[in-house]
Design a protein around this ligand. Sequence first.
Ligand code: ARG
Length: 557
Amino acid sequence: MIDQIKKELKTYLETELSIDNLVLEDAKKGNADLAIPLFAFAKAWQVSPLLVFEKFQHVLMGYKGISKIEFMNGFLNIYLQRDVLARTILDQINQEKANYGQKELSQKETVVMDYSSPNIAKSFGVGHLRSTMIGNALKNIYTKLGYEVIAVNHLGDWGTQFGKMIVAYELWGNDEAIHANPITELQKLYVRFHDAEKEDPSLEDKARDVFKALEEGNDRYHQLWQWFKDESMKEFMAMYDLLGVSFDSFNGESFYNDKMERIVKMLDQKGLLKVDQGATIVELPNDLPPALIKKSDGATLYITRDLAAIIYRHETYHTQKILYVVGNEQQLHFKQLKALTDLMGYHFDIEHINFGLVLVDGKKMSTRGGKFKRLEEVIIQAIDDAKNAITEKNPDLKNKDDVAKAVGIGAIIFNDLKNERHLDVDFNLANMLKFEGMTGPYLQYSSVRIESILKDQTIHHALINYDVFLQDHYYDVIKLLDQFPMMIERAKDQNMPSVIARYITSLAQAFNSFYGKERIVVEDEYIKQANLYFITQIQTVINEGLRLLGIQTLKEM
Ligand code: ARG
């Protein structure tokens, strides 16, 4: 709301005073709301800042919503009408509840989000976990702002590696072991293939032939591939279940097997194809390496499938806007994809939402290679640790298991989303599970604290003493509440869930320091009502912020 006032006031002043680029900022010092630095005008107009002030003062006199202006240290300070603002902001949140900050787009825009996208027959990696959590939060944020989001899991379920896997299986596979531990066993086979390949290069040719046959529909290979996929999906779905995420489509790379020929034809008709040492390529501008469309044996590649996928999505969902939440290492791939589609005459709005690594004790965390436990075990460990912490804090708590799950997973999600996504994430269970500092449990706990104060209380709107909110320590928090819609917008513009994570942390901190100073349930009924009303709105915003991040809120913990 203040943001809106700021925009309008800026335009008003610029028009009235025939100036442009007026700086109108949030007042940093004192109790004013907004401030205008006057030095630049004093210099340009060759007058004293005080004279500039008087000129502005004259224009501002008739502007509604301002209660006071003052000249201080070369700044013009503006005080807005606190009583009106406080009432409007609190009443709005109270009315809209979880819908506060929601927008309706007059023309619904669709955006496809491609995230998580693990590779079958391989374990779900930490990078996939990051992609899942960032993607899920972005989906919630865009949806809140009125977008139609199509969440796509572009499974890595096609490619030469399946030729290798099948050859390895036929040489050394053990059905029983695979049934017992599918992904672990399949990964072992894959590693064994790579070792053997060094001794016997003919294996590579074999694998290539097998993948070629698979692409052409060989029955037996297809059955094996389907089996690998089904087993992998069971593990992936268990992970999604745990994290509480869902997708609109699981159309992965294999889905495009029968859709690539048409795309290759389109490239050909546009005269873009070239043959280079038997392989089919498209040369790209701006020093980009050429895109390899087909290998010399005719097998397709990752980028061929991504090209088919983007065109399919465009034709199916009627949108230009596609977000890919994928690690940094694929930067070049998405640049090539964009360049390719530009050459074809499309104008896709492709955004590569990249992110940093996950570190344990400063080293890259990897769930492969046996150094760390499987990701699912790490998550279960977090839930266990959360349960211990909760039991210590609140031994009589009911539904301990549900609460522990929400806290343990919330801790991991928050730890991932609290910093700008391109930064590396430090993965330390003990730190992320702390109940103080910038953690998921701290936020959940702040909300629970409010819940426990509100329990057994009834709010009577008519009894609220709104004058209470004129005091600085209330009004400052109300101004923070007012920023929520703007923060959601900013999180969307920058594709950064961390904007919301940081914002709700400040809000929780503000609440906790308020709570340290002020008694909430006081004798005076009118003040008590104001206090209860005030903290209800804080809780609404914290809870909704957590929901956007994909973190469950609790009534007790
Ligand atoms: N499966 C890929 C990987 O694990 C990620 C896929 C990302 N999405 C895409 N459309 N390329 O590296």
